[in-house]
Design a protein around this ligand. Structure first.
Ligand code: SF4
Ligand code: SF4
Length: 82
């Protein structure tokens, strides 16, 4: 189980596929799609694991404002499916 303090909603259609959010995420819970692309033809990030801290690093680095970050009132223990 992984302590999870927040979550993100990603506007995949606004993404330009720059990858900046992937390395910016301290717990590394974001991964780019490998084969799926948006309507503009860009790969985009997915939240692939529990452990988001709600730190907003992804939303701060994203040039295209793709992230909405939500912090849980109470941290949750969530099973990691990986
Ligand atoms: S809010 Fe922080 S921990 Fe959560 S996905 Fe964004 S960078 Fe990662
Ligand atoms: S930083 Fe923004 S534009 Fe770049 S890959 Fe991540 S979501 Fe897409």
């Amino acid at each position: 189980m992984t302590l999870t303090r927040g979550t993100v909603v990603i506007d995949r259609e606004a993404c330009k596929g720059c990858d900046l959010c992937i390395d910016a995420c301290p717990p590394r819970v974001l991964e780019m799609t490998t084969t799926t692309v948006n309507a503009l033809g860009h790969r985009f990030p997915l939240l692939v694991a529990p452990g988001c801290t709600g730190c907003k690093a992804c939303s701060q680095i994203c040039p295209d404002f793709c992230f909405q970050v939500y912090k849980y009132d109470t941290p949750r223990e969530i099973e990691d499916p990986r």
